[in-house]
Ligand binder design. Structure first.
Ligand SMILES: Nc1ncnc2c1ncn2[C@@H]1O[C@H](COP(=O)(O)OP(=O)(O)O)[C@@H](O)[C@H]1O
Ligand SMILES: [Mg+2]
Length: 244
């Protein structure tokens, strides 16, 4: 198995709390990796460090494409790493279409409202909106969308970035089954396109269905890592996390 991202002894502390505590994990290329663990186990903190959103205190993050390189927090975009947030972040007063176009044109949000978009960008944005089932809503303000639609639009914005590594932080939380199905399909499509995906998720049925690799964290540390079925049958995981 080839790994696209690795961490070695990664540490992030907040005051006295080791949110991520000497964590060494591997994220396989072109697969879906599940990341599970109780609330407060450090999943979001790990996503923040892998996406360059917050720097680590010590340890290392490696990226392997042609060669294995240590990467610094400010380099994540260069390596094509992007993420979603637990709390959806959109430009609320912009249309659904402009929320996507802003990313495609890589312009400041202000200008995207006034400049003409090239036909190419418009076509790409419309294709993405069809994929996330928001084409009909394209001229509505993002603020007018339902919670599920907002989650879909955030995922659309991630698709627009055309990243190689996509980190999803609880994309299914609080959603109705029909929206969950749509997002599952999008995640599986990303894998088919050769992207590497990390998925923070609590629902084991979803983990089993989607993931090729599973990482279990507890109190900032690695509890188990490997094939999902194998990991989920390990005694330490059953005891510490699932309480079964
Ligand atoms: N910005 C922060 N300031 C202080 N403590 C934080 C901060 N972010 C996370 N933590 C703490 O780090 C630990 C891990 O949090 P988090 O990564 O959000 O866990 P998870 O995503 O697995 O629920 C928790 O104890 C949390 O309270
Ligand atoms: Mg979290």
């Amino acid at each position: 198995m080839k790994y696209i991202l690795e961490t070695k002894n990664l540490v992030k502390s907040f005051g006295g709390v080791h949110a991520v505590d000497h964590l060494s994990i591997n994220i396989p290329e072109k697969m879906i990796t599940g990341l599970v663990g109780p609330n407060g186990s450090g999943k979001t903190t790990l996503i923040n460090m892998l996406s360059g959103f917050s720097p680590h205190n010590s340890g290392e993050i490696f990226f392997s494409d042609v060669e294995r390189k240590k990467i610094m927090p400010w380099e994540n975009q260069v390596y094509g790493i992007t993420r979603t947030f637990q709390q959806v972040r959109l430009f609320d007063q912009m249309s659904v279409l402009d929320n996507i176009l802003v990313i495609l044109t890589e312009r400041a949000p202000f200008y995207a409202l006034f400049e003409r978009h090239s036909g190419y960008h418009l076509k790409c944005a419309e294709d993405i909106l069809k994929k996330i089932d928001l084409y009909e809503k394209r001229f509505h303000n993002a603020a007018d969308l339902s919670y599920g639609q907002r989650k879909l639009l955030e995922i659309g914005r991630v698709l627009a970035m055309d990243a190689n590594i996509i980190l999803f932080d609880e994309p299914f939380a609080g959603l109705f089954p029909e929206v969950i199905k749509k997002i599952e399909k999008i995640v599986l499509n990303l894998k088919q396109e050769g992207k590497s995906v990390v998925l923070v998720e609590h629902n084991m049925a979803i983990i089993r269905k989607l993931c090729d690799h599973l990482i279990v964290m507890d109190a900032g540390k690695l509890l188990a890592e490997g094939h999902p079925e194998k990991v989920l049958s390990e005694k330490i995981v059953l005891e510490a996390y699932l309480g079964e």
